[in-house]
Design a protein around this ligand. Structure first.
Ligand SMILES: [Zn+2]
Ligand SMILES: [Zn+2]
Length: 262
């Protein structure tokens, strides 16, 4: 059984908990730690979990809404933190004061095994030093997770094939962004090829990821200023052929309920 839960999603802080259960034991990975440690601990406590119930963390890139409190997590939990070499350099992770073995190097398409969970990182176009996003599997089900993506490269589309569930960025509505009070450099950055996916770009990516086994889609990393859940529903549901309530929208603060594949 594979299940996952966003604990928070968006520019204020991202964290996604993924759990595989096999023969009565659970393997858990936290993807990103943009939340404060007290918030993270509180959200885990609501799930009857503590920091040490997490077996490892994966940091996708150095932006603060993702790396956030990864250092504090590692110091408190003593668990390993995986990230690309570029992210290590950008975050000065080797100076975090951790045991040397706690910082592990993730590479494109090198599978990481955490108990019964297998994580496959893949390179994505985004304005960070060496950003990676991931797919995860328990050997039966495949979850694709991509929260910060400038555009859907062929490499990304290939990595996300045959997923049973997707957590997919649907960052902004292009018109709302264009009309917003953001400075023009920021509008260009967000809408550019190394920024974030618009609702339409997300829908176009989704068209290339449809497969008979796709059961759950969580729209993630919505801009609080330049998007609305209804606009995301209007863009993504027609592609999926789903009713509006079948699409899950990750809330900035509360994330989403557990999504279970079994
Ligand atoms: Zn980012
Ligand atoms: Zn982000």
């Amino acid at each position: 059984m594979l299940r996952f839960k966003s604990l928070g999603s968006g520019s204020a802080g991202n964290a996604t908990l993924v759990e595989a259960q096999s023969n009565g034991s659970a393997s858990r990975v936290l993807i990103d730690c943009g939340l404060s440690i007290s918030e993270l601990s509180a959200r885990l406590a609501e799930l009857s979990l503590s920091l040490t119930d997490i077996d490892a963390m994966f940091v996708t890139h150095e932006h603060s809404d993702h790396v956030g409190n990864a250092r504090q997590f590692a110091l408190k939990s003593n668990r390993p933190v995986w990230m690309s070499q570029g992210t290590q350099l950008a975050t000065q992770a080797l100076s975090w004061g951790l045991e040397t073995s706690q910082i592990q190097t993730a590479k494109d398409h090198e599978v990481i095994e955490i108990g019964s969970l297998k994580i496959t990182p893949f390179t994505v176009p985004h304005d960070a030093r060496e950003p990676l996003q991931v797919t995860l599997t328990d050997g039966t089900f495949k979850l694709g997770l991509v929260t910060d993506l400038g555009h859907a490269s062929a490499h990304v589309v290939q990595a996300l094939q045959d997923c049973h569930a997707l957590v997919l960025e649907s960052n902004h509505d292009s018109d709302m962004l264009r009309m917003s009070k953001y400075p023009s450099f920021l509008k260009s950055r967000i809408s550019g090829p190394l920024g974030h996916l618009s609702n339409i770009e997300s829908a176009n990516l989704l068209k290339n990821l449809l497969n008979p086994n796709l059961r759950h889609v969580v729209a993630a990393h919505l801009s609080e200023r330049n998007n609305t859940p209804q606009l995301v529903i209007d863009a993504l549901c027609p592609v999926l052929g789903w009713e509006p309530n079948e699409l899950i929208i990750a809330h900035a603060e509360h994330g989403c309920p557990w999504v279970t594949l079994e």
